[in-house]
Design a protein around this ligand. Structure first.
Ligand code: G3D
Ligand code: MG
Length: 181
């Protein structure tokens, strides 16, 4: 007899175009994911399995592939999401600035559709900045203001922080589900 249990977690990944959403998912899953594209809603999903102890976790990441249009998202994208990753870019250019400003929009959109599910914030492309020069107060303020679970500095390019960041949200979901059984 085995005590192994199986869990399914859908996690939606939000953030402006080109901040690195797809690259981060690829990095975390080491490319061993199956990806499917749903044209009608401009989204793709990637499946990936992970073991924790004896249990199997089926992860399904939903990721927007369209441009920065907050209105095109359809309920199917959010439906039954258990957690969310919001990604912005630390780049010191328009993309970086705009993607930081839009965190709030993405979070509002999420809350409208999913209520209060756990959110982890990824500040991506940390390889492009000097970490010592980061305005950590500004970043910490947004984390506190929105009650995000945690903030991670990540780089899909070097891999910095990626595994830890994804595992933070996965472990949170796992521990919650496990304790309900
Ligand atoms: P998206 O899915 O959020 O739209 P992508 O973003 O994953 O497609 O990434 C957009 C571009 O940023 C890609 O460049 C990708 O290689 C790059 N990128 C993603 N994450 C990082 C990172 O952490 N550091 C750096 N330096 N670049 C990153 P291209 O040129 O392939 O379009
Ligand atoms: Mg993408």
């Amino acid at each position: 007899m085995t005590n192994s249990e199986e869990f399914v977690f859908k996690i939606c990944v939000l953030g402006d175009g080109a901040v690195g959403k797809t690259s981060l998912i690829k990095k975390f899953t080491k490319g061993t994911f199956e990806m499917d594209y749903i044209k009608t809603i401009g989204a793709q999903f990637s499946r990936f399995n992970k073991k924790i102890n004896e249990d199997v976790i089926n992860l399904i990441f939903w990721d927007i592939s369209g441009q920065d249009d907050f209105n095109f998202l359809q309920p199917l994208f959010y439906k039954e999401s258990k957690a969310c990753i919001i990604v912005y870019s630390l780049e010191e250019n328009d993309l970086g600035n705009e993607s930081f400003k839009h965190i709030e929009n993405w979070h509002n959109e999420l809350k409208k559709n999913c209520g209060n599910i756990p959110v982890v914030l990824f500040a991506n492309k940390v390889d492009l900045v000097e970490e010592n020069d980061l305005d950590t107060d500004k970043i910490q303020n947004i984390v506190n203001e929105h009650n995000f679970l945690e903030l991670y500095l990540t780089s899909a390019k070097t891999g910095q922080g990626v595994i830890e960041a994804f595992n933070a949200i996965i472990n949170e979901l796992y521990n919650k589900s496990k304790n309900q059984n």
